[in-house]
Design a binder for this molecule. Structure first.
Ligand code: SIN
Length: 347
C-alpha cells in the first residue's frame, strides 16, 4: 500500500515536470558554423583554429541549462566560417526561418553564426523575415574548446531572448556578450576581443542581467513584417559588389564590375562617401551600363546624404557591408533608382 502511494506520487511528479516542460516556448536553433562551433588542439589557442568544426547537437548538449528556458531542437544549415557564407546560403536560411516561424508550434529562432559577417546575415533576415516572432543571432569570439569560451553563455542568452514574449516585434536581433542589439545597427568593431559587437551611434536594444532580458529601446527603421521585401520564392539574389575608395583608387575596378555583369555596386567612399575623379568616371560608366551604384562611407558611422554634385545613390547610415545587403534585396523588387533611394532612407 505504502509502495503504491509512493509510486503514484512519483508518477504525479514526473507528469507535472513533463507538463511544465511542454509549456516552455519552442525555440529552433539553426547552426551555420563560425567560431562558436570552432575547435582548436589546445584550450589556450584562440587564433588559428578551425571555425565550423562542431555540429549543432554538440552545441546544444554543451548547454544543458537551455532545457530550463525552452524546448530546443537544432538544424544544421551550413558549417563554415562566415567568410565562406554566400548569398545562396543566406537566402536558404531566410527561407527556412520563414517556414519555421509560420508554424504555430515554433515560438522563436536562434541562429549561430561566425562573427566576421555577423553584421550582414542578420540584416538580410531583418529585411526578409515575415514574422514578428523573435529571430536572434549569436556567435563567439573564442572557439568552443577554449578556457572561458564565450559561446555557451552567448547561446544561452540568445535562447533566453528568443523565448521571451517581450522580444516580439523588435526586428532581428544580435545577442552577444550580455548585449541585445538590432540587426540594423550591430557591427563587429574589434578583430579579436569578446566585446566586439556594438552599435556605435545608436546603442543597444537592451541588456541581459541575471539571465533576464531588459529591453530599453526599439528601432524606427522598417523591418520584418513591415518590410516590402519577400524572398520566399526567390531562386538567387542579384549580384552586388563593393568597391573601396582611397587615394589612387583605380577606375578599372568599375570596368571589372561591368565585365562581370554586376547588378549593383556599393562604393565604400572616403568620409561622407566622397569620390575621386577616377571613381566618379567609373561610377558614371557603371550607371550607363545599367548598374545601380550606391555611395556609402568607409568610416563605419555617420550618414551619407544625397548630393547633386556626386554620382550614385546614397546609403544613409548603412555601412558598406549592410548597404550591399539592402541593395541585393531591393534589386529583387525593383531597378527604379528613386524607389531604391527611398528604401535606403527607410530600412
Ligand atoms: C567566422 O566568422 O566564422 C570566424 C570568426 C568568428 O566566428 O569569430
Amino acid at each position: 500500500m505504502k509502495f503504491k502511494a509512493l509510486f503514484s506520487i512519483a508518477l504525479l511528479f514526473i507528469s507535472s515536470c513533463a507538463f511544465a516542460a511542454d509549456k516552455l516556448p519552442h525555440v529552433v536553433i539553426l547552426a551555420t558554423g563560425g567560431t562558436i562551433a570552432g575547435s582548436a588542439p589546445s584550450n589556450t589557442q584562440t587564433t588559428g583554429y578551425k571555425a565550423g568544426a562542431i555540429g549543432v547537437d554538440a552545441l546544444i548538449q554543451a548547454v544543458p541549462e537551455l532545457s530550463k528556458i525552452a524546448r530546443v531542437d537544432g538544424e544544421q544549415i551550413a558549417n563554415v566560417g562566415s567568410n565562406n557564407l554566400t548569398s545562396d546560403i543566406i537566402l536558404k536560411l531566410s527561407q527556412r526561418v520563414n517556414e519555421l516561424l509560420a508554424r504555430d508550434d515554433v515560438d522563436g529562432v536562434v541562429i549561430t553564426h561566425g562573427t566576421d559577417t555577423l553584421d550582414e546575415t542578420p540584416y538580410f533576415l531583418n529585411l526578409t523575415v515575415k514574422s514578428n516572432k523573435p529571430v536572434v543571432f549569436t556567435g563567439a569570439m573564442r572557439p568552443a574548446t577554449a578556457i572561458s569560451a564565450d559561446g555557451p553563455m552567448n547561446l544561452l542568452q540568445a535562447v533566453t531572448v528568443a523565448a521571451d514574449p517581450d522580444a516580439k516585434g523588435r526586428g532581428v536581433m544580435v545577442v552577444f556578450n550580455d548585449r541585445i542589439g538590432a540587426a540594423r545597427y550591430m557591427t563587429k568593431t574589434n578583430a579579436t576581443t569578446i566585446d566586439t559587437f556594438k552599435a556605435p551611434e545608436q546603442g543597444y536594444l537592451g541588456v541581459i542581467v541575471g539571465g533576464e532580458p531588459h529591453f530599453e529601446t526599439r528601432v524606427e527603421k522598417i523591418h520584418t513584417l513591415g518590410s516590402v521585401f519577400d524572398v520566399r520564392n526567390v531562386k538567387a539574389l542579384p549580384k552586388v559588389v563593393i568597391i573601396y575608395g582611397y587615394q589612387d583608387d583605380p577606375e578599372y575596378m568599375y570596368d571589372a564590375a561591368i565585365e562581370h555583369h554586376a547588378d549593383g555596386i556599393i562604393y565604400a567612399g572616403m568620409g561622407a562617401g566622397s569620390v575621386s575623379k577616377r571613381s566618379e568616371a567609373g561610377i558614371k560608366k557603371a550607371e550607363k551600363a545599367g548598374i545601380i551604384v550606391v555611395r556609402a562611407s568607409r568610416t563605419g558611422a555617420g550618414i551619407v546624404s544625397p548630393d547633386s554634385d556626386q554620382p550614385g545613390l546614397v546609403s544613409d547610415s548603412l555601412n558598406p557591408a549592410k548597404a550591399r545587403i539592402l541593395l541585393m534585396t531591393a534589386l529583387t523588387e525593383t531597378r527604379n533608382p528613386q524607389l531604391i533611394q527611398r528604401y535606403f532612407q527607410t530600412y
